[in-house]
Ligand binder design. Structure first.
Ligand code: C2E
Ligand code: CA
Ligand code: CA
Length: 749
């Protein structure tokens, strides 16, 4: 099918077009050619449409209607030839064809309007067309009332004039029409001119030998050619009609309509019919022109608005913000608040852009109402793009607005049945009344402060301070180094280490395993914990690489300790969402373990509900496979997210790791949540491990509540691998062979 389509190149259409033009020239020049051409060309044209449909297979039936119209139009001259007369049945066929063509135009116009919101400009367009159509109606009424002989001649000619205007309007206001549409439109224009000429000669159709066939012949041929061109599939597609030009093009398209009243007046005169009184032409012309002016100003206003507003939220955009910054006098100084959503990228990735857009709209509403309430209408809210919003407010209310914004976005947002958490980090930069700051500089400062708010964990507002710039520069350098660190061995940026924090049985204090926690031994900054660099790993899209490197290092360590004859305890490794989204996760992990000769029971994997997984994520399959092979799955940070129960249903979890924030509250008498989780875990046959156990009181209370395992500074801080091995796993009894080193790690014993 594709090869057939490919063989019919656009060039074939152009060659045929040249042939058509040659034939038309002959028809005009040599009267003897006219009659045979008028009979042969329509047949060829119908064949062209049928062939075109077979070759290109367009969607919808519009092209079949075109074929039918052409058949009716082509049959008329045959019939005229056979019966020897033009009026009667041949004319009826022409009428039927015209009605069908009008049907196609209407069908297309309806499809084009469907789904479009009514705009003030669109309504004015309709008013212009209505004025013109009313004029035709009045003209026809005048002709009929005057009992003029050739009513139909005037009817057809007037209808042609209006059709011509509308067709031109359509052509001029559309953007990038396909070649096939152009051929079709040219054919339509020729038919109209042909028609007009005939009716001014007092007939519905031309005689086969008449010179006007020089218009009719190419018109019919062009329909067939339009169907043969490869772009014919786009001709009647809704997208083609939806592609409108900028307002300037739409306005230009109104010009042909302005000329219609004069053309109608001329038609009546040329047909010798007693048309409307002369004054109707300038009056309707002026009315149409006035409507066009209104339309122009509506278009202009809309485009001015668009230049300074964001299309999604209708808030001011960067230009609108610049105008607000330039206009408002800074009495008592003012502040610029730059707000960035904390988890927007994740919402977009997990739930799609429609949900993301809906979330942004709700965020806008909260920002606008918070600003309005606090600043009594003095603040400007703008969107700079993505999930970045700006509020420009008088200094007197800026602090309160910042707090309000953060609080307003703490509450979950419900979008189409989904409960989402937007959370926001806000950076605030001030501008004194006497010391104006250029907008660009104000934005940079707010951005630096916002970055600081994000680094501090998000969900807060931070004021700009000059020292922050150094911190930003430091992070910038670190971000570059993280790439090199994980790309392989780059000794000048230091190396990664995996530290192990023991997991213990609360009652006995017996160590039952460890959690692997990554560190970065940096040449200038010393030992960095994850909070100093994990965000940089994420923004560089290196999560999966980090996980893979840690996994490999841990498996190597396990294998090494095994070879050294030490005690064998499992190690839990943290996985990010990027790893869980990898369909090959299970295979990778199991191969790694098998190659190193480490039993699957020695590895535990921690997943966290902070990083929500898409519904179609392959994680459930991977984790089930790993679980079946003997790898335990632990659910981290339990008690802080929203989807806990959903996670327990979807993933084969064995252990709930109670978040430190929940555990911390236990000794203060707030044990309900822990008791609830413990009861649920017992019912579901899950183990519970309490994180962040720091005091003997917490430990005692947890034991009372039935929690079996724990982890925390009370028992041990995370230990360097060798310390962990020596202190917990007992002495090495032999030395294993030398091993490979994971990317970013240094060779360790
Ligand atoms: P996490 O998975 O919740 O790890 C526990 C964190 O709590 C560790 O912080 C640990 O040092 C700390 N911690 C343990 N006991 C106590 C305590 O009694 N009190 C207090 N205040 N803290 C305690 P760390 O090592 O800074 O890790 C922070 C987070 O970074 C981890 O939270 C985990 O989400 C992530 N992370 C650490 N290592 C890795 C890794 O290898 N891969 C991935 N993907 N993430 C990692
Ligand atoms: Ca963890
Ligand atoms: Ca945790």
């Amino acid at each position: 099918m594709t090869s057939r389509r490919a063989r019919w190149s656009a060039r074939s259409t152009w060659v045929l077009l040249a042939v058509v033009l040659a034939v038309s020239a002959l028809v005009l020049a040599v009267p003897a050619w006219r009659a045979p051409a008028v009979l042969a060309v329509p047949a060829a044209s119908v064949a062209g449409v049928v062939l075109g449909v077979a070759l290109h297979r367009p969607r919808g039936g519009a092209w079949w209607l075109v074929a039918l119209t052409l058949t009716l139009w082509g049959a008329a001259p045959w019939l005229a030839q056979v019966t020897g007369r033009v009026d009667g049945p041949p004319t009826a066929l022409v009428w039927a064809g015209q009605a069908l063509a009008a049907g196609i135009v209407l069908h297309v116009a309806r499809g084009r309007e469907a789904g479009r919101e009514p705009s003030p400009g669109g309504r004015l367009d309709l008013a212009v067309i209505a004025a013109v159509v009313a004029l035709v109606g009045a003209q026809l009424a005048a002709v009929v009332l005057a009992d003029h002989g050739d009513v139909t001649g005037v009817v057809v000619a007037s209808a042609d004039v209006v059709l011509l205007g509308v067709l031109l309007r359509f052509t001029v206001s559309r953007r990038a029409l396909p070649v096939s549409s152009w051929l079709l439109l040219t054919a339509g224009l020729l038919v109209i001119v042909y028609d007009l000429t005939c009716s001014l000669n007092g007939r519905r159709m031309a005689l086969p030998g008449e010179a006007v066939q020089g218009l009719g012949v190419p018109a019919l041929a062009l329909f067939g050619l339009a169907a043969l061109h490869p772009s014919m599939t786009a001709t009647f597609a809704a997208e083609t009609f939806a592609r409108r030009r900028r307002p300037s093009g739409a306005l230009l398209g109104l010009l042909p309509l302005v000329a219609v009243p004069a053309a109608l007046w001329w038609v009546a005169r040329a047909a010798g019919a007693p048309g409307l009184p002369g004054w109707t032409v300038p009056v309707t012309g002026a009315l149409v022109a006035a409507l066009c002016l209104l339309r122009a100003s509506a278009a202009l206003r809309a485009s001015e608005h668009l230049a300074e507003h964001d299309p999604l939220t209708d808030l001011a955009n960067r230009r609108g913000l610049a105008r607000a910054h330039a206009e408002r006098p800074a009495l008592g100084g003012r502040s610029l608040l730059l707000l960035d959503l904390d988890d927007f990228k994740q919402v977009n990735d997990t739930h799609g852009h429609d949900v993301g857009d809906a979330l942004l709209l709700q965020v806008r509403d909260r920002l606008v109402s918070a600003t309005r309430e606090v600043c009594a209408g003095d603040g400007v809210v703008a969107r700079l793009g993505g999930d970045e919003f700006v509020v420009l407010a008088p200094a007197r209310c800026a602090g309160e607005v910042a707090d309000r914004l953060v609080r307003a976005l703490e509450a979950p947002v419900v979008v189409g049945g989904l409960v989402l958490r937007a959370g926001a980090s806000v950076g605030v930069a001030h501008e004194g009344a006497a010391a104006p700051v250029p907008l660009a500089e104000l934005l940079t400062r707010a951005d630096v402060a916002m970055y600081a708010a994000k680094s501090a964990g998000g969900g807060r507002a931070v004021d700009f301070h000059p020292a922050m710039r150094e911190e930003v520069a430091r992070r910038y350098t670190l971000s570059g180094q993280v790439r090199r660190l994980l790309a392989g061995r780059a000794p000048d940026v230091g190396h990664l280490e995996v530290h192990h924090q023991p997991l213990v049985e609360l009652a006995s204090g017996r160590v039952v395993g460890a959690e692997a926690l990554v560190r970065w031994r940096h040449p200038q900054h010393g030992l960095l914990t994850p909070d100093a660099f994990l965000a940089l790993v994420s923004t560089n899209d290196l999560d999966a690489e980090l996980d893979a490197a840690v996994l490999q290092e841990v498996v190597d360590q396990l294998s090494r300790w095994r070879d050294q004859g030490r005690r064998e305890l499992p190690v839990a490794v943290n996985l990010t969402r990027a790893s869980l989204d990898d369909p090959a996760l299970a295979e990778r992990v199991l191969t790694l373990l098998a190659d190193a000769g480490v039993p699957t029971s020695q590895l535990h994997l921690e997943i966290t509900e902070h990083q929500q997984l898409a519904v179609d994520s392959p994680a459930a399959g991977s984790l089930a496979e790993l679980r079946a092979a003997g790898v335990e799955i632990h659910l981290d940070d339990y008690g802080t997210g929203y989807t806990s129960l959903d996670y327990l249903r979807r993933f084969p979890v064995q252990v709930l790791k109670l978040d430190r924030s929940v555990v911390g509250a236990v000794a203060d008498g707030d044990a309900q949540l822990v008791a609830g989780v413990q009861a649920m875990a017992a019912a579901l046959d899950l183990q519970v491990l309490a994180e962040g156990v720091e005091t003997p009181q917490q430990r005692a209370r947890l034991i009372e509540l039935g929690v079996r395992y724990g982890q925390g500074y009370l028992f041990s801080r995370p230990l360097a691998a060798r310390d962990y091995a020596d202190r917990v796993l007992g002495p090495a009894r032999s030395h294993g062979p030398q091993r490979t080193v994971a990317p970013g790690f240094a060779a360790t014993p």
